[in-house]
Design a binder for this molecule. Structure first.
Ligand code: FAD
Ligand code: UDP
Length: 369
């Protein structure tokens, strides 16, 4: 029997669910409060710069899973972009993520053996590192921590790194080779034609209503559908009854410059706390097309979230995770036919490939009911 699904949010979680449920013979309506599809992966073409702007922050697709790579390749062709960000700190440019070239730039060491010896001499003996700062000091010592991590982290999270979990930084590798690929995954790239084109194909033939805020008519919607897939913030769904979850928000300043190439790279991180932005993205490098004489750059500023601002990152401190756990209990108790998915529905720091995998697995579960 075909079921009627309402899907809230046209990001990856919502769009993949909509595609798969429709292909399995069910009826789906997608409502999206923004005026476009694609969620935070949305890109817009800038004629003057000849490239796609990553409107809600730079997105690089990467995955180790052949299945997820095959899945996204059904909806897009990917270029061979590899993320090799650089760090700018007090007038110097460094290779990043931390690798042998970075250690050469800092300490003059040239081989893995020399680098290991140097790191061993600067590491601080902290047996059970309990937070981000302690973990960094125990892995790379104070100089690297202060030049590469501390300022960026304070700007990004507006918290003392002693209050943050080390898990935030464990995503950052320290390599004793000259490999400066930010990711270790087997597959990586940027969709030719921008991310929005993936969503146009994912949602081809499906009913999508833009500029509709589900929460404004929540109870009305719930009665009309067999099941709802909700990818907005879980606390807002329940009118914050179990407490307000903390998020980080972002502000982007775009500038179209009358020059072909501003910084020679897609991403440069500014790790000095005195520089107000965290990074500058130069969008044409993602598209690997430097033909146009103009270029579009975006300075990214992190800011505290408050109602009215977009929730970009969950802040997974112990206290926030505890609040989220209470929402989990409420969901189970409520018996509502609602699935909470994606970065905001699950309050987890998911990358795109993880969201797609989670959506595919959720659809399997829904179809088996
Ligand atoms: P979203 O993309 O946020 O989609 C949710 C949608 O629901 C939104 O469009 C929202 O408007 C809509 N919505 C919410 N509430 C309502 C409502 N009440 N009514 C109607 N619609 C609603 N991942 C990578 O793999 N690589 C990267 O390089 C990368 N870089 C990132 C950089 C930044 C700055 C950020 C913020 C994220 C980055 N990510 C990256 C993560 C990636 O953006 C997410 O994994 C992905 O967008 C999550 O998809 P989603 O569907 O869960 O959420
Ligand atoms: N980070 C840092 N310096 C950098 C880049 C990242 O200290 O130059 C830290 C920072 O705490 C950040 C975390 O590593 O929050 C994860 O960064 P990443 O760029 O992987 O995450 P994203 O913001 O893209 O999700």
């Amino acid at each position: 029997m075909p079921r009627k699904f309402l899907i809230v949010g046209a990001g990856f979680f919502g769009s993949v669910c909509a595609r798969e449920l429709t292909d399995a013979g069910h009826q789906c309506l997608i409502v999206e409060k923004r005026d476009h599809i694609g969620g935070n992966c949305f890109t817009r073409f800038w004629e003057e710069a000849g490239c796609h702007q990553h409107v809600y922050g730079p997105h690089i697709f990467h995955t180790n899973s052949p299945e997820i790579w095959a899945y996204v390749n059904r909806f897009a062709e990917f270029n061979h972009f590899v993320n090799r960000p650089r760090v700018s700190y007090r007038g110097n440019i460094y290779s990043f993520p931390l690798n042998l070239l970075t250690l050469y730039q800092l300490y003059g060491v040239k081989t893995p053996f020399e680098a290991e010896e140097k790191l061993a001499s600067v590491r601080e003996p902290i047996e059970n590192p309990e937070n981000l700062e302690e973990w960094c000091l125990s892995q790379v010592g104070r100089e690297i921590y202060e030049k590469f991590i501390k300022g960026y982290t304070v700007k990004q999270w507006q918290k003392d790194p002693k209050e943050l979990p080390a898990s935030i930084i464990r995503r950052l590798p320290v390599r004793l080779t000259y490999d400066d690929n930010y990711f270790t995954d087997r597959y990586q790239g940027i969709p030719v034609g921008g991310y929005t084109s993936i969503f146009e194909r994912l949602l081809e033939g499906l009913a999508v209503e833009l500029e509709v805020d589900f929460l404004k008519e929540r109870d009305n919607w719930i009665g009309k559908y067999d099941e709802i897939i909700y990818t907005g913030p879980v606390d807002a769904f329940f009118d914050y009854s179990e407490g307000v979850l903390e998020y980080r928000s972002l502000r982007f300043e775009n500038e179209l410059l009358d020059q072909r190439d501003f910084q020679g790279n897609a991403l440069i991180n500014y790790t000095d706390e005195r520089v107000p932005y965290t990074r500058i993205a130069e969008h044409k490098h993602f598209d690997m097309n430097l033909n146009q004489p103009k270029t579009l750059i975006t300075r990214e500023f992190s800011q505290n979230w408050k109602p009215g601002l977009t929730e970009y990152y969950p802040v997974n401190t112990a206290a926030n995770n505890e609040t989220f756990r209470r929402y989990g209990e409420l969901i189970a108790k409520s018996g509502l036919p609602v699935t909470f998915g994606g970065r905001l529905g699950q309050y987890r720091y998911f990358d795109m490939h993880q969201v797609i995998a989670a959506a595919l697995s959720k659809v399997k579960e829904l179809l088996s009911k």
